[in-house]
Design a protein around this ligand. Structure first.
Ligand code: ZN
Length: 279
């Protein structure tokens, strides 16, 4: 007898993945949905190189994709669970090197200790053993410069292909005008990373959450302008003697469900405090 519920679930899971090409890059768009929240996660595949592995929650949908790709090496842009979630499966089933910035190796080797809301959203990553990423990644036809870009995560890297003006930007961009950040993020460090990247000659951003952005440099410049303006406002109010909580009330008065759901691991307070710490 056909189990209709199971069949529906599998169909639903299958629908969470869409594949398309941009130039020679294979783009794998996955969507994670929980009540009241839906977020896209993109993986990219080019010339044997898989960039990020997606969240473990989408394991059943991602395994057939990985089995269909001629993967020869894997790069992780950083150690967060929506990027490394399938790392352990890939390590044991696709015997190819997995690279991450050396600062992120320990995060992948240890059992995950993320808060409950992130475990529910992304699934729980299992430990695995990636290798330190070299400064340059070569595939048969392409070369990628690896650039360390902390701020969102201490081990965050982006990949730059000069010939095509491609920037695989991980979570460096995501949105142009963030109104909240995680406790582990730093606005000033992120600004320095964006400034560094804007010195490179790229045009297309391959973002892990926003997808393919054609005028990538303009979008990233817009994000830097927004953060610089925020930095200036927070600094001015702080120097006038205003406390961090009052600055938050003035600049970001709205409370969003993500602040509550995350137990304030995600909050505008982290943006403001990271700027005040920098003054
Ligand atoms: Zn991240």
């Amino acid at each position: 007898m056909i189990n209709l519920k199971r069949a529906k679930l599998l169909k639903g899971r299958g629908n969470m993945i869409k594949e398309f090409n941009h130039e020679e890059v294979q783009c794998i768009k996955t969507t994670v949905s929980v009540p009241m929240f839906r977020i896209n996660v993109y993986l990219y595949f080019i010339d044997g190189l898989l960039i990020d592995t997606g969240p473990r929650r989408l394991k059943n949908s991602l395994i057939p994709v990985f089995k269909s790709l001629p993967v020869s090496q894997i790069i992780l842009t950083h150690h967060h669970e929506d990027h490394i979630g399938m790392g352990s499966w890939i390590q044991s089933h696709i015997n190819k090197p997995i690279y991450i910035h050396k600062a992120g190796i320990a995060d992948c080797e240890q059992p995950s200790s993320i808060p409950l809301y992130r475990r529910i959203l992304w699934g729980n990553s299992k430990p695995f053993n990636p290798e330190p990423i070299p400064q340059t990644i070569e595939t048969k036809n392409y070369q990628f410069e690896v650039i360390h870009t902390p701020g969102h995560a201490h081990d965050h890297v982006v990949l730059f292909n000069r010939e095509n003006g491609w920037l695989f930007s991980g979570d460096l961009f995501v949105i142009p005008h963030p109104k909240s950040s995680f406790s582990f993020e730093s606005v000033p460090v992120l600004m320095d990373s964006i400034r560094k990247i804007l010195t490179y000659d790229f045009s297309t951003l391959f973002c892990s959450h926003a997808g393919v952005i054609i005028n990538g440099k303009e979008h990233l410049t817009e994000k830097l302008r927004y953060l610089e303006n925020l930095h200036w406002k927070v600094k001015r109010l702080h120097l006038e003697g205003m406390h961090a909580k009052s600055i938050q009330k003035q600049l970001f008065p709205k409370l969003h469900s993500i602040h509550l759901l995350s137990g304030f691991e995600n909050s505008p307070a982290h943006m403001i405090n990271s700027i005040i710490d920098d003054i």
